[in-house]
Design a protein. Structure first.
Length: 388
C-alpha cells in the first residue's frame, strides 16, 4: 500500500503557472513533498525533459530533497533501481527524461549544461550569483522554496509579473501526524510572552516573513572536509529518543582551530543502536555526554564505548557558550543539522523584545553536544559560573 498523501499543498502548487514559482512556507508545510511529485509527473509525461534539483551542498541534498525523491518514487511504485546513477545522483526515466541532483558548491555544475526545469531547495542558503547562474540556464520553470526567516534576494530581486508566490503552512499538509501538529502549535502560546517565539510562530507556523535577530554564534565557517593533517581530539554527545534526536559530534584540531563534524543526528535510537553507530567507522572515540543520562552512559560503557559525563549546573549553558564564543571554529558541510542549529540559535527575549541572558531552548541538540565537549576540554576560567 502506498504511503503517499495527495495533500492540499500539492493541489495549491499545481495551480502555479508562471515561470518563477516562489514557495515560502512554515515548518512541515509539505513544500518539498509537494514540488517533487509535480516534477516527477512532469518528467514522466514529457519525454526528454531535463530537470535539476539543487541546494547548498550534496549532504544537504542527501538528507533532504534526494531522500524525499526516493521515498516518493518508492511509495508511488515508480522506483527502478537500474535507472538511478548513484555516483551522478541522477535518475533517468524510460522516456529519456531525467532528474539530477547537485549543489551550488560545485562551480562547474552552476555554469554547466542547460535544463528545462529547476528546483532550488531552501534557496535562502545560496547566493544571488549562484541562483542567477542556474536561472539563466533554465528554459522553462524555476521553483524556489524556503522558510522566510528574514528578507533576502528572493524578496528583493524577484517581484515582477513573471513570478508566482504561494505561502504554505503545516495546515496544508494532511500527511502530518497529530504529535507534530501539537508540537508546532505550542509556539502559538509561547508567542504571547516572547518576541522570539512570536517571530518563530510568524515564520514557521504562518509562513510569513520574519526577522532573525540575536544569533548566539557568528564566529564559525563551513568547510568541505576534515583536512588529513587534522587531529581528532574528542566528541560530544546529547541523548534523545522520541521527540529529540541523539547527536554525536566529532571534534578535530587544525591550525589551532576546532572543526566539528556531525556523526549522529537521529531520533528513536536505542543504546545498542547508538553503540553500533559509534563503532561503525572503527574510530576510537572519547565522548563527553549529557550527565543527565547516567543509565545510558553506563550502558554504552558496557558496549565498550569510552564515554564520560559532562559537568552541568545552573550556569553550564552560558559557560559553554562563552567558551565557544572565545574562538573561531569550523563546521564540515556534512554537518547539515548542526549548521541548521547554528543558523537559528538565538538569545531569548521577553514580550517587549528585551534580550534575556539565556538562549532559546529549542533546536539545540547538536549545539549541546559541542557545548559538553567545550566544557570538558577547556575547564578553565570558570569565574562566577556554577557548573558543579
Amino acid at each position: 500500500m502506498s504511503d503517499f498523501v495527495y495533500t492540499t499543498a500539492i493541489k495549491k502548487l499545481r495551480t502555479l503557472k508562471k515561470r518563477i514559482r516562489k514557495v515560502p512556507g512554515g515548518t512541515s508545510a509539505g513544500k518539498t513533498f509537494g514540488i517533487l511529485p509535480i516534477e516527477i509527473d512532469y518528467a514522466i509525461k514529457n519525454p526528454l525533459t531535463e530537470t535539476s534539483i539543487v541546494s547548498e551542498s550534496v549532504p544537504h541534498l542527501r538528507r533532504g530533497a534526494l531522500k524525499d525523491f526516493q521515498k516518493i518514487m518508492w511509495d508511488t511504485g515508480r522506483w527502478v533501481q537500474s535507472n538511478y546513477n548513484k555516483s551522478l545522483l541522477k535518475y533517468t526515466f524510460s522516456n529519456g527524461s531525467y532528474i539530477e541532483f547537485f549543489s551550488t558548491d560545485q562551480p562547474d555544475r552552476l555554469r554547466g549544461a542547460r535544463r528545462h526545469r529547476l528546483y532550488v531547495n531552501e534557496c535562502n542558503n545560496i547566493t544571488w550569483e549562484a541562483y542567477m547562474q542556474l536561472a539563466i540556464r533554465t528554459r522553462d520553470v524555476v521553483w524556489l522554496d524556503y522558510n522566510p526567516t528574514h528578507e533576502f534576494w528572493a524578496d528583493t530581486e524577484l517581484d515582477d509579473e513573471d513570478v508566482d508566490l504561494l505561502r504554505l503552512t503545516y495546515k496544508d499538509n494532511e500527511a502530518l501526524s497529530p504529535s507534530i501538529i501539537k508540537e508546532i502549535e505550542k509556539a502559538k502560546e509561547r508567542a504571547k510572552t516572547s518576541t522570539y517565539w512570536d517571530n518563530w510562530w510568524k515564520v514557521y507556523g504562518l509562513g510569513e516573513l520574519g526577522s532573525l535577530e540575536g544569533v548566539v554564534f557568528n564566529n564559525w565557517q563551513i568547510v568541505d572536509r576534515i583536512p588529513k593533517e587534522a587531529k581528532y581530539i574528542g566528541s560530544g554527545m546529547d541523548f534523545g529518543y522520541s521527540n529529540d534526536p541523539t547527536t554525536l559530534i566529532d571534534v578535530y584540531q587544525y591550525n589551532n582551530q576546532w572543526i566539528f563534524d556531525e556523526v549522529i543526528y537521529r531520533k528513536g535510537l536505542l543504546n545498542s543502536e547508538i553503540a553500533a553507530l559509534i563503532k561503525r567507522d572503527g574510530k576510537n572515540r572519547l565522548i563527553y555526554a549529557d550527565s543527565a543520562e547516567p543509565k545510558s552512559i553506563a550502558e554504552l560503557r558496557r558496549y565498550g564505548i569510552s564515554i564520560l559525563p559532562a559537568q552541568k549546573g545552573k550556569d553550564s549553558i552560558l559557560y559553554g557558550i562563552d567558551l565557544l564564543q572565545q574562538q573561531n571554529f569550523k563546521v564540515t558541510k556534512n554537518s547539515t543539522n548542526l549548521i541548521k542549529e547554528l543558523r537559528g540559535y538565538v538569545w531569548d527575549t521577553d514580550k517587549t523584545g528585551k534580550k534575556l541572558n539565556k538562549p532559546v531552548d529549542f533546536l539545540n541538540h547538536a549545539i549541546d553536544s559541542i557545548r559538553y565537549f567545550a566544557i570538558m576540554k577547556l575547564k578553565k576560567n570558570i569565574g562566577s559560573y556554577d557548573i558543579r
